[in-house]
Design a binder for this molecule. Sequence first.
Ligand SMILES: [Zn+2]
Length: 312
Amino acid sequence: MRRRVTAPLRCRVAILMYHRVFETSSDPWELCVSPKHFAHQLELLRRSYPVLSLQQLLSALKTRQLPKRAVVLTFDDGYADNLWNAKPLLEKYELPATVFVTGASLDSLSEFWWDELERILLQPGKRPKRLHLNVCGRAYNLETTNLEERMIAYMALHNILQPLRSTERDPIMDELFAWAALDPTGRADYRSLATDELIQLAQSEWVDIGAHAVTHPFLSVMSPEDQSAEIVGSRKKLEDILGNCVDAFSYPYGNFSAETVRIVAAAGFVTALTTDDRAVRAGENPLQLGRFGVGDWDGDRFKHCLDKFFYS
Ligand SMILES: [Zn+2]
C-alpha cells in the first residue's frame, strides 16, 4: 500500500527573499515591499508561522528535524532602508532576519546599476527618441519615444548589462546618464547602507549579516580566481567592520556554477542561498538553499502565496 506523502510535505521551510522596505510606484523587478505591507506580513508571520533564524534552520537541517511550515526571512543587497524601515518592524514583531550585504556598495553615493537604469529610462522627464549604444563590440539601436518603448529598452538593456563586470558596465552607465542628461549622483532613498549604519543594523538582536560578494557580479562567468576574490573579499570586508564571523552567503542574481559552490565552501561559508523557488526539505545541501521572492502584497495575498511556497 502506498503511503500518503502529506506529512513530509508539511515539514518544509520557506526562506523568503526581500530586498527593500520602501514605497514606490516604479519597481520593474518587484524589489520593494511598502512599510505598511511589510508590517502586515510580519504580523501574520508572528501570529501563524514559526519564524527561524538562518542559524536555527541550519541546526534543524543537521538533525534532519525541520519544523512544520516554518519561515526564514532574508534581505539581499544591503539597502539603507533595511536599517531605517525593516529593522524597527523586525524588532517590533520580534522576528529574526539575515541581511546579505554587497561589499563595494557600502558608503557608495551611487545607486545599484539596475536602479540607475530605472531612473534613466523609466522615471518621468524628457528623453531623446532613440538610444544608440555599443556594448562589447555590438551596436544596439533602441526606440525610446514613450514609456512603453522605454520599458522594452529597459528590459533589453538589463539583460545586456547584467553579466558584465562592473568595470565594463560603469562606462556604459556614464554614457546612459549623459544620453538622458541626468546627474549620476544617486537618489538619497535608493542608497546602500553606510558603514556606521551597517554596524547599527548588526547590533540588533534580530538581525544577522551575511555576504553578497564585493561588486554583485554574475559569478558563473568569472574565472575561479576572480570568483574567489569576490566571495572571500566580501566576507573579509564585513568581518573587518563587524568584528565577528560572517558565514552565510547569498549568490548575486541567484547565479552560480558548481565551481562557485566549491569556492563558497572553501571560503568557509556554512550556507549559501540561491533564488530558486524551492522550499527547504530535510537532507538539503545547505550551500544551495532555495528562496521565494516576496512582492508588495497585503496580508491575504501574502498568506495565499506562503501556503503555496511550502508545496514548491
Ligand atoms: Zn542582489
